[in-house]
Ligand binder design. Structure first.
Ligand code: C2E
Ligand code: CA
Ligand code: CA
Ligand code: CA
Length: 277
């Protein structure tokens, strides 16, 4: 039963013999998941369509819960964000991703560029930069190979602080991309203040780019905007050849989506790189 305007549901919990909210169940489950290795990462390749070459991987978290079954990040990231769990979770994701790439590099002969999603809550955390620096040092992962994906929402709350924080990381060699671009609050004058290298065009515009002139016009405008700000563009969620051809034609630098590859677990990722060569 939905009890209020938020996504809160009541569940009967047999073990406790009472009702607990779904939020609480997921929250407690996540704490346990972190301890019990129930979380794992998958990696989705980004592809430069013009040069036909691999340019990097986006890290996406997965949760295989013995009690709750397979959980998508859409089902638990927002709950983790309501508590401080996202901080611990985010740290685990970053460390696991960088360690995995160092390990993978022994097999494939190079360290792939990776991008890691940063929740706005993580981004606002005052210890973020120190944590990132510590993890880079500990894993010996090169900062130039790390990209952080943040949403426009993370930037608008305290732009001055955001710029400072980003510049500090950019000085190390880290790059930034704006996730779900086009769905948020950015204006042209606003965007140029932030040290951002890539705009990720939201999947909602890519979905109908073949048939919808307005969506196509929006994507073209984003590409023009990016070019004038000396930023690159990548389209999220490209699933068909028709979409990819149009995106390529209108000057989108890269694509990420099922057309090229689904997100891959570590084993599948090794196979992916073996096939590339
Ligand atoms: P996002 O950052 O926009 O990630 C892209 C989502 O689109 C991923 O869903 C990916 O699997 C999916 N996708 C990629 N290509 C296609 C396609 O061609 N078709 C379709 N239908 N979907 C495609 P996923 O992994 O379920 O993640 C959903 C959201 O959860 C992400 O959206 C991101 O906001 C968040 N998320 C995922 N992993 C993490 C993480 O490690 N940390 C944080 N803070 N958030 C994460
Ligand atoms: Ca993302
Ligand atoms: Ca998206
Ligand atoms: Ca997103």
């Amino acid at each position: 039963a939905k009890i209020n305007g938020k996504n809160t549901y009541l569940f009967f919990e047999p073990t406790k013999g009472d009702f607990a909210s779904e939020t609480l169940i997921i929250e407690n489950g996540l704490r346990k998941a972190l301890k019990n290795n129930e979380l794992f990462l998958v990696y989705q390749p980004k592809w430069d369509t013009k040069e036909d070459q691999f340019i990097g991987l986006e890290v996406l978290v997965r949760w295989q819960s013995p009690e709750l079954g397979f959980m998508n990040p859409g089902q638990f990231i927002s709950i983790a964000e309501e508590t401080d769990l996202i901080i611990v979770l985010g740290e685990w994701i970053l460390k696991e991703a960088l360690n995995s790439m160092m390990e993978l590099s022994k097999t494939i002969g190079f360290i792939p560029k990776i991008s890691v999603n940063l929740s706005p809550v993580q981004f606002r955390n005052s210890a973020l930069n120190t944590t990132i620096k510590e993890i880079l040092e500990e894993t010996r992962f090169p900062a130039e190979k790390l990209e952080l994906e943040i949403t426009e929402g993370a930037l608008v709350i305290n732009p001055k602080m955001a710029i400072e924080k980003m510049n500090d990381l950019v000085n190390l060699g880290i790059t930034f991309s704006i996730d779900d671009f086009g769905t948020g609050y950015s204006s042209m004058s606003y965007l140029k203040k932030f040290p951002v290298s890539t705009l990720k065009i939201d999947k909602s515009f890519v979905d109908d780019v073949v048939s919808d002139h307005q969506d196509r016009a929006i994507i073209e405008a984003i590409i023009t905007l990016a070019a004038s700000l000396e930023m690159k563009t990548i389209a999220e969620g490209a699933e068909t050849k028709e979409q990819v051809d149009i995106l390529n034609f209108i000057g989108c630098y890269a694509i990420q989506g099922y057309w090229h590859s689904r997100p891959l677990d570590y084993t599948a990722l090794m196979a992916y790189f073996q096939k590339l060569n």
